[in-house]
Design a protein around this ligand. Structure first.
Ligand code: HEM
Length: 119
């Protein structure tokens, strides 16, 4: 599998920095923060980074919960999913991720929509 997107995101360090900024964006987002009240933020950051590394073709094996399992019972709406996508875009802008790279990542994440929304 190609690791181009992984490299474009700055590999391990770039992804870790991006996920740090993303978590801070979520923490300030009134539309979705209620979902994250009792979440272990260190684990969340670690698992997001691993998941993203694997998803983008990097040399990682995601060891966290299955996407359907972890989001089950949260009843995440389409609007909330879109809000989190906006938070990710804001984080990518802040981290200087090029627009073409942003769009590639967003396309991959959009495919996960059905595993996460209204579960
Ligand atoms: C493409 C979109 C998304 C991806 C790729 C994603 C990915 C992940 C990953 C990798 C984890 C860590 C699982 C683990 O700790 O084993 C996680 C946890 C979580 N996600 Fe998502 N997620 C997405 C969208 C959302 C949305 C839209 C919400 C709510 C608005 C949400 C709420 C949560 C919460 C609350 C947890 C923590 C669960 C816990 O630790 O108990 N996620 N997600």
């Amino acid at each position: 599998k190609s690791d181009t997107l992984y490299q474009e995101l700055g590999a391990q360090q770039g992804i870790s920095d991006l996920m740090t900024t993303f978590v801070l964006e979520i923490a300030e987002d009134e539309r979705v923060i209620h979902h994250f009240e009792n979440v272990d933020i260190d684990r969340f950051h670690r698992m997001l980074s691993l998941h993203l590394c694997e998803l983008t073709g990097g040399p990682c094996t995601y060891t966290g919960a299955d996407m359907v399992e972890v989001h089950r019972g949260m009843a995440i709406t389409r609007a909330e999913f879109n809000a989190v996508v906006e938070d990710l875009i804001a984080a990518m802008e802040a981290e200087g991720v090029p627009t073409a790279t942003q769009n590639k990542l967003l396309a991959r994440l959009a495919e996960l929509h059905g595993e996460i929304v209204a579960r």
